[in-house]
Design a binder for this molecule. Structure first.
Ligand SMILES: O=C(CO)[C@@H](O)[C@H](O)COP(=O)(O)O
Ligand SMILES: [Fe+2]
Length: 227
């Protein structure tokens, strides 16, 4: 059986040394890249040129989390550049299905992300258009915030649909994941765990990835799909 997936978030890394910071988590499943535009969220990080450079600097598949307005215009270029996953926010567009189709047509996996306060029910019908559901467990915008456990109900609801064969996608969680919270998320049926401060704040980031993965593996649910 495949192992739980860990995606270190480079938001907590040293932006002047991104190639080294990617190397520091060489055993990670995905490298999570938070793209923020200072409009959809009140913070500004990086964009396509940095992602293009990172693609040349690491073999780890890039998991691009776009916290941006107008993903219909800006998401497909990340897929064309070679990102493995391109995830955008449900709250940022009236037409998530066409954005997902454009991302897939450009050769990447499509992900839908929901903020902590956004219910999942209105989106269940369209999740068949996606490869990943990214459940935010903090308000998007900043690393180092506290885990909001209420969002695990969304992970559980989608996990049930995956286990029953009605849906085929990975459930990913993002925000406040660390040694104290990862087991609850794994028990809720999460496949992939984003961790920023818990990985890059550790003395040995690669060891932190291994420890988090082992902890998640103790939970009752396991990955049911290939990444
Ligand atoms: O998307 C975001 C924040 O908006 C995340 O990816 C954070 O970067 C996760 O950081 P930690 O909560 O793990 O420190
Ligand atoms: Fe993120």
């Amino acid at each position: 059986m495949a192992h739980p997936m860990i995606a270190p978030s480079i938001l907590s890394a040293d932006f002047a040394r991104l190639a080294d910071e990617a190397q520091a988590v060489a055993g990670a499943d995905w490298l999570h890249v938070d793209v923020m535009d200072a409009h959809f969220v009140p913070n500004l990080t990086l964009g396509l040129p940095v992602v293009e450079s990172l693609l040349k600097a690491t073999e780890i598949p890039l998991d691009c989390h776009l916290m941006i307005e107008n993903p219909g215009r800006w998401a497909p270029p990340y897929a064309e550049a070679g990102a493995h996953n391109v995830t955008f926010h449900a709250e940022a567009t009236d037409d998530p299905v066409s954005v997902a189709r454009d991302i897939r047509a450009a050769g990447a996996k499509a992900g839908l992300s929901v903020k902590p306060g956004t219910p999942i029910e209105p989106y269940l019908e369209i999740l068949k258009e996606f490869d990943t559901l990214l459940v935010m467990s903090v308000e998007p915008g900043f690393g180092g915030q506290s885990f909001i456990a209420d969002v695990l109900d969304k992970a559980r609801a989608v996990r049930r649909l995956v286990d029953s064969g009605e849906l085929r996608l990975l459930v990913e969680i993002d925000g406040g994941i660390n040694a104290d919270t990862i087991e609850a998320a794994a028990d809720a049926g999460v496949d992939c765990f984003v961790a920023g401060s818990a990985v890059y704040g550790a003395a040995d980031p690669a060891e932190a990835v291994r420890k988090l993965r082992a902890q998640a593996g103790k939970a009752s649910h396991h990955l049911t799909l290939a990444p």
